[in-house]
Design a protein. Structure first.
Length: 289
């Protein structure tokens, strides 16, 4: 299957070579090779050699004929997700707390099953949210954008910010960074823990507002994306998330996990445009109390 993308080179950028442009677009090396050999990259309707310059307002056209995919089929759940943003390549929904991101075996009630209902076809997974975490979840609508988004994740172009309400059991600075490696908890397969030989894990935090009963509203930004990273890191500095059944020893059964993915920023695939999507305050449960 062939995928076609086009955009105009931005007015505010300096001219660059075709090769540099394709690198800025994070197009994989193998695809750049096919674009060059098959002359499937056109500038203003003509093939440019890779060392030729692209200038502001030039029309860029790309045809990709070598997109490989191992698509998972996600049966439609019959439920429509809450769509926050959509374009020709991307879909961003508000995943409710308590819902899995993707199914195992014969499950049909996950966020990706809902996306399949809305789209009429199976979406492509890009990242995940913990089942108990609510908020913005991005999926791809075609396989051509998946490698681009994966490279954005590893290069930090894809940024995710969260809001949480924490118990402050030990005083912490108003802002800081938590550098603690995370690995599996050998005593509980559901959990992760801080271990010296764990995976590198970095979380940035900022206290936005102090609340009642030694709690605070905090903003968090992930530099790495480990399972339960925010939950484990905050518990490790004795400031666990309110309503966390795994990592907060004062968890009460009636509570929900006060953690929401509230903002996503990225470069739109196959363009140099920036995209920032924020969840409206009315859609953030932890702000309603």
């Amino acid at each position: 299957m062939s995928y076609y993308f086009t955009f105009n080179f931005p007015e505010n950028l300096n001219p660059c070579s075709v090769n540099d442009l394709l690198r800025q677009l994070l197009i994989p090396r193998k695809w750049r090779h096919f674009l060059r050999v098959e002359q499937k990259v056109l500038i203003n309707g003509s093939y440019y050699h890779f060392n030729q310059k692209v200038s502001p307002n030039d029309k860029v056209e790309l045809w990709l004929d070598h997109v490989e995919t191992k698509q998972h089929i996600y049966p439609a759940s019959g439920k429509i997700p809450e769509v926050i943003y959509e374009d020709e390549n991307l879909l961003i929904i508000n995943k409710p707390a308590g819902q899995k991101t993707h199914p195992n075996s014969n499950e049909t009630n996950t966020a990706l099953n809902d996306c399949a209902t809305y789209l009429g076809f199976s979406p492509f997974i890009v990242h995940r949210l913990d089942m108990l975490t609510s908020g913005l979840l991005l999926v791809a609508k075609n396989p051509a954008v998946v490698p681009i988004l994966n490279r954005e994740l590893t290069s930090k172009l894809f940024q995710r910010e969260y809001l949480a309400v924490i118990n402050i059991n030990e005083p912490i600075a108003n802002r800081g960074t938590i550098y603690l490696p995370i690995g599996h908890d050998p005593l509980d397969q559901r959990k992760r823990k801080i271990i010296s030989n764990g995976q590198k894990s970095i979380t940035h935090y900022q206290i936005l507002k102090h609340l009642d009963n030694n709690t605070a509203l905090v903003k968090l930004e992930l530099e790495t994306g480990r399972t339960h990273q925010i939950r484990v890191h905050l518990a490790a500095i004795d400031c666990p998330i309110v309503g966390d059944p795994l990592y907060n020893p004062n968890f009460k059964n009636e509570q929900f996990l006060h953690l929401t993915a509230y903002q996503i920023a990225l470069q739109k695939p196959f363009t140099l445009d920036k995209l920032k999507v924020k969840l409206p305050d009315k859609n953030i449960p932890l702000l309603q109390n």
